[in-house]
Write a protein that binds this ligand. Structure first.
Ligand code: ADP
Ligand code: MN
Length: 331
């Protein structure tokens, strides 16, 4: 077991398997329950693409307790892929396969205590939200790491930065996480022609996450969006091409239209099989964005969506739009 190198926030203790594909996080009952319900309840099917794959929990030494799993925990040779640690949640490691993963943990929401919290805890958490960007905007930059093109190690920005900035400085923070190569700072970040399609496609995914969460009755306390993108120029270039990310959003829509029309001739079944094959063959994408950290998330039918989380995602959409415009204007 190896500590997760790309851990940018939260409590220490997140580990990965030796091959880096799986993540082991100390499990708490609420988080286990959340993942179990997401994989088993049809009403939560829309959330599945936006959370890490769940492989089950590890309980007693040597014994793997799985619920519905995406993939066996044993290799073809019957060897257990992970060393069991008592009481761990086994998840997909979202950073796996990236050469230079730039990673940000963005904490969502405005309320960081549960209904059962003592008045003291409630007051403390309200103060923390008020003193940071959380209360006003529903987001806080918990921590991030960014690779430049000329260094083998990432630059880490710790939570103190996100805790100290004003709401008006969030756009600066986002610009720091998505630096762009320019004539004066050639190795600062990805070149514009790669960063732009990544930002545009990411923005659409975040919009989809918002639409999905509008239909889920939950209270997500202390949860985050984890964004990962490839900062290695060569691999980013390959991945952007393979995933056919277009540089211009209008072009993207036009192409999608053509694809949908062309696809109508096939019957649906073939298409599904094709899609699955594609997914298996395709290497790691140029970026990924998922909701993480459900240690204090409760599904609450009848209570409506989490408004603080929705506000945070709205803030992030505006920040991404702003960054897209800035980068777009550069030549
Ligand atoms: P905590 O309850 O300690 O905040 P999190 O679930 O937020 O735990 O995880 C802490 C950190 O670990 C995150 O900020 C992120 O850097 C990393 N992390 C968590 N889940 C994943 C994942 N599925 N893939 C990659 N990194 C992850
Ligand atoms: Mn966290």
């Amino acid at each position: 077991m190896i500590p997760l190198a790309a851990q940018v926030g939260g409590h220490p203790g997140v580990q990965t398997t030796e091959d880096g594909s799986l993540l082991l996080k100390p499990a708490v009952p609420l988080e286990i329950e959340f993942y179990q319900r997401v994989v088993s309840e049809s009403g939560l099917v829309h959330l599945r693409p936006f959370v890490p794959k769940f492989f089950g929990t590890l309980r007693l030494e040597g014994k793997v307790e799985t619920t519905e799993i995406d993939e066996p925990l044993v290799t073809d040779e019957g060897v257990l892929k992970v060393t069991p640690i008592d009481g761990s949640l086994v998840l997909e490691n979202l950073v796996h396969g990236f050469t230079k993963p730039s990673v940000i943990d963005i904490k969502l929401g405005t309320i960081f205590y549960e209904d059962s919290a003592t008045p003291e805890k409630r007051a403390r958490m309200e103060k923390a939200a008020l003193e940071t960007t959380s209360f006003e905007t529903g987001v806080r930059l918990t921590g991030f790491q960014v690779y430049t093109n000329d260094s083998p190690d990432p630059i880490l920005t710790r939570k103190e930065y996100g805790n100290s900035i004003k709401s008006s400085q969030l756009s600066e923070g986002i610009a720091r996480f998505f630096p762009v190569s320019s004539p004066s700072t050639p190795s600062a970040g990805l070149p514009r022609h790669l960063l732009l399609p990544i930002l545009r496609s990411l923005r659409e995914d975040v919009a989809e996450i918002r639409e999905t969460l509008e239909g889920v009755d939950m209270r997500m306390i202390g949860g985050s969006l984890l964004i990962v993108y490839e900062s290695d120029w060569t691999r980013a270039e390959e991945a952007v091409k393979l995933y056919e990310l277009e540089n211009d959003s209008e072009e993207m829509e036009a192409e999608n239209d053509v694809e949908i029309t062309a696809g109508e001739d096939n019957d649906g079944e073939d298409e599904d099989i094709e899609d699955e094959d594609e997914e298996e063959d395709l290497p790691v994408p140029p970026y990924t964005v998922k909701l993480i950290d459900f240690a204090h998330t409760r599904l609450m039918p009848g209570h409506g969506p989490d408004q603080g989380v929705l506000m945070g995602i709205g803030t992030l959409l505006k920040l991404l739009d702003g960054r897209i415009q800035e980068v777009d204007k550069m030549t």
